[in-house]
Write a protein that binds this ligand. Structure first.
Ligand code: 5FX
Length: 530
């Protein structure tokens, strides 16, 4: 196996909304260690709920920046006490919640350069931030800034064409614009602005880490085609922003050796390399080993799709990011708010709260549901922007209700037709080798997986990857150490456990669902427009 060395390890960190996690793998890619620190319970002095503070306006959401640093102190101390052998770590990398931002005060870089190993990190850099509370991805207070940016760039679609997304409140450029407008002194006294992930990498480097191109795509500031900052977007948000952000780098960039602080305090090897950190969703893509032609369908409270794209088609929905493991590719992220709770609601109403009965009802109806189509947006949907429950018969006439059996099939077919439709809207094409990798709660229900296989006309595999973002960090650490773009990521993760084939499309699926998709598309467009 390429580059295998006995005993060495790779470490992945995840700075997520509620916790900081670490996961180590050995050279055979087996997980050998995991640890975590929860912000709410392990660091109660910061009084966070779910790792953040929701302000009185209910729109502004922040987390204390220094809490993330102290969490890392606690985490590494715990690992040390548990006997984790830091000297075996050949490279480390990691992820952070996307979009959040950190404002380093003038002079902070020199503080990072001279960290003293006898003191915890948080004591030494507590005065290094010009903004104490970092805006995070849950913040939605920047509608005005989004409108300004879209207008400055020539409209929402134009902004999406350049940066991969129309203006989104949580995207970092709009957050920076708000800080510049409301607190110019703090903005002017910031020598550097990091994303959560590049901030975390900076701690390990003892110097500012560049922003990686993939998480940098979640800012509404990066030209995803040219893979460099879009000057017009920077100018529309705040002055002198290019200097404060630094030059972006590929996500697999080997940034340098770990800071001597970690060598002296925890026993890391001075040769341990720090590979660029990226966003948590990008980390999950790596942890799930997505390849060209694959779709990850993560089914939880909301359903999320990750797509591997070669030719992206930015739209007014979803997000296109530069791919974190392949220098030429892209990834798309699509979020559907009506996921498991909607499926469970129909199970409760139509199948007496029982999945067994739900499965029996499903089996009693034909694929294509005799032409009946249901669209169930119990709560305001993101993709598309619409709300309400709609039922149509085979001739597109609205219906007030369906029989329980029709309703059960309608919710599944409607949801998965929507997932496929919106994947295709951002440039995904279902080829003969397409694999749907299902994960999350609903992936244990084989009847649901069969509907997915038929609607996508693709094989469905199940993935049981715990801590996928963190695991992705560890895989990426190895990829970066072995040379990033010189070695395909797929070669690096070849020996990871195989996926389990869970469902294969029926032979009539292509014909049935190609036709149904066209009808679903027209019906959903009508609903979204009205
Ligand atoms: C993606 O765009 C998001 O805002 C979230 O998934 C965050 O990354 C969660 F950490």
């Amino acid at each position: 196996m390429a580059g295998r060395q006995e005993g060495r390890m790779f470490l992945g960190f995840d700075f997520s909304t509620q916790q900081v996690k670490a996961l180590a793998i050995n050279d055979a890619l087996e997980v050998v260690h995991t640890s975590a620190v929860q912000f709410d319970t392990d660091l109660p002095q910061y009084r966070t709920q779910g790792g953040c503070h929701i302000h009185d306006d209910k729109l502004t959401v922040t987390s204390p920046t220094i809490m993330w640093v102290e969490a890392l102190d606690v985490l590494l101390n715990r690992m040390k006490k548990q006997g984790f052998d830091f000297s075996k770590v050949a490279a480390l990398s990691g992820t952070g919640q996307q979009h959040g931002s950190v404002y380093w005060k003038t002079g902070a870089q020199s503080a990072l350069h001279k960290l003293e190993s006898n003191l915890p990190l948080h004591q030494q850099i507590k005065d290094c931030f010009s903004i104490q509370d970092s805006p995070i991805w849950m913040d939605s207070s920047t509608t005005q800034q989004c409108q300004n940016l879209e207008q400055a760039l020539g409209g929402a679609q134009r902004l999406a064409d350049i940066t991969g997304s129309r203006g989104y409140e949580r995207f970092t450029g709009n957050q920076i614009a708000k800080i510049y407008e409301k607190n110019q002194d703090a903005y002017n006294s910031s020598e550097r602005i990091s994303l959560v992930c590049s901030f975390a990498a900076s701690l390990f480097l003892g110097d500012y880490s560049p922003i990686d191109l993939s998480d940098g795509s979640g800012m509404n500031l990066l030209d995803i085609n040219r893979r460099e900052w879009c000057q017009a977007a920077l100018d529309a948000c705040a002055p002198d922003l290019k200097t404060k952000l630094g030059q972006p780098v590929p996500s697999y960039e080997n940034l340098g050796a770990v800071s001597s602080y970690f060598v002296d305090r925890y026993g890391f090897s001075p040769d341990c390399r720090v590979v660029a950190f990226t966003g948590d969703n990008q980390g999950s893509l790596a942890g799930m080993r997505l390849q060209e032609g694959d779709v990850v369908l993560s089914m939880g409270t909301s359903d999320t799709l990750f797509l591997w794209l070669t030719t992206p088609q930015p739209a007014l929905e979803g997000h296109i990011f530069v791919n974190p493991v392949d220098p030429l590719a892209y990834m798309a992220l699509l979020c559907f708010k009506n996921g498991s709770l909607t499926r469970e609601g129909i199970r409760n109403n139509c199948a007496d709260n029982s999945w067994d009965k739900f499965d029996q009802l499903l089996a009693s109806t034909p694929r294509g549901n005799d032409g009946n189509i249901g669209i169930y947006f119990d709560i305001q949907e993101i993709t598309p922007s619409a709300v309400g429950v709609y039922r149509f018969n085979a001739t597109n006439e609205p219906q007030n209700s369906f029989s329980p059996a029709t309703e059960v099939r309608a919710v599944l077919e409607g949801q998965f037709l929507a997932r496929r439709l919106h994947a295709e809207n951002v440039g995904f094409r279902i080829g003969p080798d397409c694999r749907v990798l299902a994960t999350g709660g609903a992936s244990s229900n084989t009847s649901i997986l069969q509907v997915i296989a038929d609607v996508f006309n693709a094989k469905v595999y199940v993935l049981d990857v715990a801590n996928s973002a963190c695991l992705g960090g560890a895989y990426r650490a190895k990829h970066g150490l072995l040379g990033g773009d010189k070695v395909p990521f797929s070669d690096v993760v070849k020996s990871a456990p195989e996926y389990k084939l869970a469902a294969t499309p029926n032979s009539d699926a292509l014909q049935i669902y190609t036709a149904l998709l066209q009808r679903y598309k027209a019906l959903e467009e009508n609903i979204a427009q009205s």
